[in-house]
Design a protein around this ligand. Sequence first.
Ligand SMILES: [Cu+2]
Length: 335
Amino acid sequence: MKTDLLSRTIDRRQFVFGAAAGAAAFAFLPAPSIFAAAQGADFSTLGYPELKVNITDTGYEGIPDSLPAGRYLLTATTATAVPTDMSPDQSPPAVAFVSPTPAGMSANDFLQLVSGGGGAPPAGATPEMGGTPPAGGDQGEGQQLPLSVYQMKFAGGTMIFPGMTSTQAVIDLTEGEWVAWSDDPTAPITPVVFAVTGAFPADVKDPEADITATLIDFAITMEGNLTAGTHTIKVQHHGAQPHFLDIEKGPDSMTKEEVEASIASQMSGTPAANGMDESAVQPVFYSPTQSIGTVTWHQIDLTAGTFVAACYFPTAGTGVPHAAEGMVDVFKVTG
Ligand SMILES: [Cu+2]
């Protein structure tokens, strides 16, 4: 099993359009107490319309056929707590939203892409579909996506971490055809297609956030009250390509240089001279893929220590994960 940061996150999160799900290699450390404490999500006093989604082993419950455009309080639930001993080929349940409408595609076109449905491979398809291999690394470390994916609108979502039964996020849904899915084509949960109608309201209020994560091509900045405790984090996207935000807690001594060296060694296939102890890196937060101009809000529980924030979405045209292009930040949380 691969244990390094890049591989397990890539295997979990890369968009493997086509047949090859690949050998995912991602496991949570046992009994991470940080997750059990993170039950503080409460955006319910802000007056947003609610979108409640129950995630079963195989599907989503509670998504209506049609919704008016607007800012929603998204609540995702599971019947029982997400296991803390998930097998390496599983990722925690998530619901995320993508609209293929801006790319001139239908929801069914998108579902065909993620399921590797029949027909000729689209331009820029993955090697499995007859496309071009990525410029660096092997096929498990970068996948070229059809360029239409970069024109779709990703609105974010939420992931339920091990030990928990629910999470919340505040997200915006604009007019178009949408797909609720796992932000991960290898997940066993069947996506749901729905419509969003009408103009986005002009008078929506922003939740108050005390931490802001800004995603650009290709960097992440974490600003605000980086102290131990429960916080509201605003995830804003000022880039061009889609980005997601994965935050993991590492050893106190972890540095950005070490993380970058590890990622570079992954991409080149040669061991890093200053290899970090990556078994000590533990996922704490995941904000699903967003597109330019979108903003989402989440609750995040932090403990004192050193964290790495990264995005591994494949770079347009090369398939190289954004993290290998510099989309990595290491930050400290004080007690
Ligand atoms: Cu990115």
